[in-house]
Structure formats: structure tokens, C-alpha cells
Design a protein around this ligand. Structure first.
Ligand code: DLL
Length: 440
């Protein structure tokens, strides 16, 4: 029987949810307008007053907020509560520019942990479970988010953080961990290490994994499920919106339910800002409905995905988002063709290769080049050059079919590509990025 953390909200009728969202939006907009000068200026510029927002149907009147705004307002410019009421910060890694710092009041932390508790419950977690948190702890929201949710559910929480993989597996065995939380790339690495240590999934008590923070394919899901003997659930979130738990997967494993009582989603055309109807692919935009310290109105995530209100067999009525296909700024434009790393991963796993690969993009003589280094499994390795060339050729053909362009494929020896304990870095783009405005 399906269990819920907050059945009233998770299974609420569409009508009641809309009413709740309407009320909460009105209050959130007023809170923001009254307390954040940056927003007040943006709204005044657009000629919108809080009184103009009577509910969700008026959302489109509000201006968008982007990462550039967050950077401009860094660090305190979007804070909506006095520092005396703030109890925590978290921050993005800042790999694509200045860090973004998000603030939390105690109520914000409680709301966040409640969202994560829904995710853990949907993955089958109860107070009988032992939950190993192998996301990084610290400024990153992964460790703190899953840790807080796990406490709330009452699981025995193992605050491992990421890294030290053999010790990680030792604890997993000794304490009988039943739920593993980490990035999917780290889960794949843990699965590989389990095998290298001469163990099988039967030597572990794991039953579920809660993996997110980076895009991962269905093929990767199946491969992790097999290597660890678990059911693998997706979880989504971003630092700006509080962290993991904005959306979570249920037993149906067909997209993630958005905690829409706290985060209202829209899908827009990233070029025009036009709101797209349900079912169309576009950029995901979130409006927080209940945040105190760091509310976000119409925040552009850059994540590309699709929303669906199709009935879910788990009984939840919360709207679902498909697995994000990547960020608009992850998309590589190579010789004019849009290429996502996830397409490359799908081909590799379908063809029986490991998810350990590196994509290198460059520009030589004014032409883009795409090189994909792929690690072989020991049984794929051959000392005959001709065999290896044949394998590379057949993989390159499969890639061409998926991507529409011809990459150079290099099969490399087992274990030669660095493993990831957090978010995997799978793309090195050496071109001067002039053709992807999202990256500027
Ligand atoms: O990655 C929060 C998180 C921690 C989510 C642990 C899930 C689990 P950021 O570091 O700010 O926050 O990165 C947010 O990561 O905009 C997406 O592009 C990507 N992302 C997060 N979850 C998923 C997912 C955390 N399940 C950015 N699938 C987001 C695909 C994801 N991409």
C-alpha cells in the first residue's frame, strides 16, 4: 500500500490545491514587495503592484528572475527577512560564475525538510530504515537536505558525506543501510566498488536509492538498480529554491511529483518567455509560495523539461515533471546541431559500455570537433588493434544515429576515467563559447 508523508497535501483535489496556491501566492508577492527593494524595483519597472496579483492566473504579470539577478543582488540583496531571523545559508558551487547564496529561516528549513520527508516516504522509507546520506555535506544542499528529511521521517541517519568509498560500503554492511542517498554518478561508482570488493547486492541490505543533483538517464537507472539490487528514485531541486525535494519520484518511476503547495512550476519558451501549455518542452520556472528568507518569483532554472497532470497510479495528485533533459546551458551546439550529454550516455549504456566517459569539444580550422572517450569494461578489452577499431567504429555509428553528427570515439582502458563522488564533470568544451548565450 502506498504511504504518504502528508496525504492531505499530496493527494489534494486540483480545486483545493489551486485555492491554496492562490492564497499563498498573494501573500508571497506582498511579502516580497514589502521587504525586498530589488523585487520592488523590478515590479515597479513592469508596472505591477501586489494588488494586481489575485492568484495563480495573474502570475504571468510578474517579471522573471534569473541567475544574473541573483548574482547582481549577491549576497544580501534578495533577503526578505532580517538576519536575526535567518538560521542558515547554503550556496552553489559557483562553477559557472559568482556563487549564489540562499538563506533560510527556521520555518524555511522545516518546509524544506518536510518536502524531503515526502520524497523519502515515497521511496518506501519509514522510521524502521537506516538511511545513508552520501551526498556532500557543507555549502552544497544535498547532504543537509537528505539528512534533515531522513531525521524527520525518523530513519537512523548515517551522515557519511561523499567519498572514502570502501569505508562507505563497510558502514553500509555493518549498519545494514537500507536507503542510499547520493548523486547517480556516485551510486554507479559505489556499485562498481561493491563488485570489486568481491561483494554482491545480497551482501547488502539496501532496498532503495534516492539519487539526483545531476541529469541521469533511464539506462543509468537500470544499471545502478542492477549493481546495487535496489529501486532507484529520482529527486530534484536547486539551491536557489532551498535544495533537493522540490520534486520527487514515486513507485511509478515516471517523472517527479512537484511539491506544488510550496513551489509553483511553469514551462516557458526560453527565447520568448511565453508560457507553454502542459506537455510542451521548455524551461522550468519556479515561484516559491511559502518561503520567508529567500523567496523567488518566477525564477528561471535553465532546466529543460515537460510537465504533466496525467493521473498517477500512486494516488498523488501533485503535478509531475519529466526527468530534466539537461540545462539549456548544458546543451552543446556542435556544428549547428544541439547535443545533450544525456543522449551520449543513453547510447553508451545501450551498447553495453559503462557510464564512465568524457566528452571533449573543440574548434579546429573553424570546425567543431567532438571526441568521446569511453571506458571499456575488462571483458570488452582486446589486445588486437583491429578488434578495437571495429568496436570504435560501431559505437561511432550508433552515436551518429542518435546525435546526427559524427563524433570521434576513443575506447580507453578500464579505470582510466576519473570517478565522481559528487556531480560528475563529463564535458570539457574548449571552444571560446560565443554561440551559446546561456553561458555568458
Ligand atoms: O543539486 C540540489 C540537489 C541535491 C538535488 C541533491 C537533488 C539531490 P544545485 O547544486 O543548486 O542543487 O544544482 C541544481 O542541478 O538546476 C539541475 O540542473 C540539476 N539537478 C538537480 N537535480 C536533478 C535531477 C542541487 N534529479 C541543478 N535531474 C538543477 C537532473 C538535476 N538534474
Amino acid at each position: 500500500m502506498e504511504r504518504y508523508w502528508n496525504q492531505e497535501i499530496e493527494c489534494m483535489s486540483r480545486e483545493d490545491m489551486k485555492k491554496l496556491q492562490d492564497e499563498r501566492l498573494v501573500a508571497q508577492v506582498k511579502h516580497v514587495y514589502d521587504n525586498v527593494k530589488y523585487y520592488r524595483d523590478l515590479m515597479d519597472e513592469k508596472g505591477v503592484k501586489p494588488e494586481d496579483i489575485k492568484g495563480i492566473d495573474d502570475l504571468c504579470k510578474l517579471p522573471f528572475l534569473s541567475k544574473a539577478d541573483l548574482r547582481e543582488a549577491y549576497p544580501y540583496g534578495l533577503l526578505a527577512k532580517p538576519l536575526s531571523e535567518c538560521v542558515r545559508i547554503h550556496s552553489t558551487s559557483g562553477t559557472t560564475g559568482k556563487r549564489v547564496v540562499a538563506f533560510y529561516t527556521q520555518n524555511d528549513v522545516d518546509m524544506w525538510e518536510d518536502c524531503v520527508a515526502r520524497a523519502i516516504t515515497a521511496a518506501g522509507g519509514t522510521n524502521e530504515d537506516v538511511c545513508q546520506v552520501a551526498y556532500g555535506y557543507g555549502l552544497f544542499t544535498g547532504g543537509a537536505g537528505l539528512h534533515g528529511g531522513s531525521h524527520k521521517v525518523g530513519c537512523l541517519t548515517l551522515p557519511m558525506s561523499s567519498g572514502n568509498t570502501e569505508r562507505q560500503i563497510g558502514f553500509m554492511q555493518d549498519l545494514g543501510a537500507t536507503i542510499l542517498c547520493c548523486t547517480p554518478s556516485y551510486a554507479a561508482y559505489i556499485g562498481e566498488t561493491v563488485q570489486e570488493m568481491g561483494l554482491t547486492p545480497d551482501d547488502l541490505k539496501l532496498k532503495a536509492g534516492i539519487f539526483g543533483a545531476e541529469p541521469w538517464t533511464e539506462e543509468m537507472r537500470r544499471s545502478i538498480e542492477k549493481s546495487l539490487g535496489i529501486k532507484a528514485y529520482d529527486i530534484y531541486g536547486l539551491t536557489e529554491s532551498s535544495g533537493p525535494g522540490v520534486a520527487f519520484e514515486c513507485c511509478e518511476q515516471s517523472g517527479m511529483h512537484i511539491n506544488e503547495d510550496n513551489f509553483y512550476p511553469e514551462i516557458i519558451n526560453p527565447d520568448t518567455g511565453e508560457v507553454l501549455p502542459e506537455g510542451e518542452v521548455g524551461e522550468l520556472v519556479f515561484t516559491s509560495l511559502t518561503k520567508e528568507a529567500f523567496p523567488l518569483l518566477r525564477y528561471r532554472t535553465r532546466d529543460l523539461c515537460v510537465l504533466s497532470r496525467k493521473k498517477c497510479s500512486c494516488g498523488r495528485t501533485l503535478i509531475k515533471m519529466a526527468k530534466p533533459m539537461g540545462r539549456s546551458d548544458d546543451m552543446m551546439i556542435i556544428r549547428g546541431v544541439n547535443v545533450f550529454p544525456s543522449q551520449i550516455e543513453t547510447v553508451l549504456i545501450e551498447q553495453g559500455y559503462s557510464p564512465n566517459y568524457l566528452i571533449e569539444v573543440d574548434r579546429k580550422n573553424n570546425t567543431d570537433t567532438l571526441d568521446i572517450s569511453v571506458e571499456m569494461n575488462p571483458d570488452q578489452f582486446s589486445d588486437k588493434v583491429k578488434d578495437m577499431q571495429e568496436q570504435e567504429k560501431s559505437l561511432a555509428i550508433a552515436m551518429k544515429t542518435m546525435l546526427g553528427i559524427n563524433p570521434k570515439v576513443h575506447l580507453v582502458s578500464p579505470k582510466s576515467i576519473a570517478r565522481s563522488e559528487g556531480k560528475a564533470v563529463r564535458v570539457i568544451d574548449r571552444r571560446k563559447l560565443i554561440d551559446n548565450p546561456a553561458k555568458k
